[in-house]
Design a protein around this ligand. Structure first.
Ligand code: ACO
Length: 453
């Protein structure tokens, strides 16, 4: 099959959010710390009425409905998540309830977990299936979804929740470029969830940022090297491959400010591989950084400032449009990168998007990371994909704002009841968008049942 990629995208976000300015006051931190310092305006969150199963039930049912396919058209279904409710039973198996009526039980694929990276791994599996001898001509679905919540403290404003379901198949309007994929994996304890009774991670914030930036450097260098090779270019420092090879770049976004810094870092990478004699002309004013080493600059303010200022206009054009959901919903973990793609596609008219190459950087603590790219192909399928995304901004604007006291209480209810059985959720159904699946109850054997509003 040719042109394998994404045929449709379906976003799910919670119906409720907390305002970050109000949260700054509530937490007693200095005004601007979350909004300017982290770049976050609103944070989506769920009550005990929603869990990872319900979020994915909503995502899958809405994807099937909007794209006009039937459950029998799906031959593979994968879920990427780090929101774990059960050490054995997959979210995918819960989703099979939706297939009952169609009679289709011939559906490959299960869950993939590694922090925020599971969705990307699931996507790679789905692409491989379509390109393999096991493919039976049907479509694949990948759902990246998470409920990201942190204990009270510095990390709490970097939570969020949401899911993105993707329909995968041949002749797609968003083609994943073949042979242009780079990966960097290593062992790190930057963010992990060793306590299985809690939804909260153990996080070393500073180390997680260092790991993220290092992974970005490695993936970008390797991607550029592969791109040079594919296009027949030779030599290490070729200006023909670099930031300008992309019309847009979408990053996994724990918070917007890190992405702005990351964009500047790609320009720093380009700078460091540019022949000395070209620097004054290509990078005016940045001469003084000529000798810096990437591994010494993760927290170097001068380098950060210099390259952020230099790359601001490029950032505004290529990456800022991808941060809408990150800014308005927060970190959706596995769904964050794909929410970035949705945001980017919502931000520009179709004429501008056609023919573009969009780079994607996926990062999951622990750590796993990859960079790859998508080509946007003109045609009725692109028109359909983009018109289905027209509901995204109205959806964001129709959410309910909840005050920080109520938000905090809701987090406490989740915390106390996380693995309780039997359990009857208490969260108000009026917080949910119509069409949302929600947790009805957990019985004494921890069996969960769901209903749709
Ligand atoms: N006005 C404007 N800016 C402010 C203000 C203010 N009043 N107060 C602080 N700031 C700035 C700081 O200068 C800093 O920005 P800078 O780094 O550009 O200088 C920023 O706001 C954050 O302030 P810090 O003091 O660094 O914040 P803190 O250490 O309390 O927490 C952190 C930030 C570490 C990101 C925390 O929220 C966290 O641990 N989050 C979870 C981990 C995470 O998301 N890691 C990213 C990769 S891994 C993943 O995806 C989960």
């Amino acid at each position: 099959p040719e042109d394998v990629g994404i045929l449709e995208l379906q976003l799910v976000v919670p119906g409720t959010y907390v305002d970050q300015t109000e949260l700054e006051k509530f937490h007693g931190v200095s005004a601007g710390k979350y909004t300017i310092g982290l770049g976050q305006d609103k944070m989506g969150f769920c009550s005990d009425r929603e869990d990872i199963n319900s979020l994915c039930l909503t995502a899958l049912s809405q994807l099937v409905e909007k794209s006009g396919i039937s459950y029998s058209d799906i031959g593979r279904l994968e879920v990427g998540t780090e929101t774990i409710l059960d050490k054995s039973k997959s979210v995918k198996s819960v989703l099979m309830q939706l297939f009952e009526e169609s009679g289709n039980h011939d559906v490959e694929g299960l869950d993939t977990t590694n922090a925020c990276y599971g969705g990307t791994s699931a996507l790679m599996n789905a692409l491989s299936w379509v390109e393999s001898s096991a493919w039976d001509g049907r479509l694949a679905v990948v759902i990246a979804g998470d409920i990201a919540i942190y204990a009270e403290g510095a990390a709490r404003p970097t939570g969020g929740a949401g899911a993105v379901a993707m329909l995968i198949g041949p002749n797609a309007p968003l083609v994943i470029e073949r042979g242009l994929r780079s990966t960097y994996m290593a062992h790190a304890y930057d963010f992990y969830k060793p306590n299985l009774d809690s939804e909260y991670p153990v996080v070393d914030g500073k180390l997680s940022i260092e790991c993220y930036l290092k992974a970005l450097d490695k993936c970008y260098q390797s991607y550029c090297q592969k791109a040079r090779k594919l296009s027949g270019l030779t030599g290490e420092s070729n200006d023909a491959v670099g930031i300008n090879s992309f019309d847009g770049i979408v990053f996994h976004s724990p918070f917007c400010k890190l992405v702005e810094k990351s964009f500047a870092r790609l320009v720093l990478n380009d700078f460091l591989s540019t022949p000395q004699e070209l620097i004054p002309q290509l990078y005016p004013g940045l001469d003084l950084f000529k000798g810096v080493k990437l591994e010494d600059t993760y927290f170097n303010r001068e380098v950060e400032k210099g390259f952020m200022a230099f790359s601001k206009e490029l950032f505004n054009r290529k990456t800022k449009p991808s941060l809408l959901l990150s800014n308005q919903v927060g970190n959706m973990y596995t769904a964050s990168l794909y929410g970035g793609l949705v945001s980017y596609l919502c931000s520009k008219p179709i004429q501008e998007l056609v023919g573009q190459r969009v780079g994607l950087f996926s990062y999951g603590s622990g750590l796993a990371s990859s960079m790859y790219s998508i080509k946007i192909i003109e045609g009725p399928k692109l028109t359909k994909l983009l018109s289905n995304l027209k509901s995204v901004i109205p959806l964001l604007n129709s959410r309910k704002k909840i005050d920080p006291t109520e938000f905090s209480k809701t987090m406490e209810i989740r915390e106390v009841n996380h693995s309780k059985a039997p359990y009857k959720p208490v969260g108000s159904l009026s917080w949910l968008f119509p069409g949302t699946w929600y947790l009805n109850q957990v019985d004494e054997n921890h069996r969960r049942t769901y209903q749709k509003i």
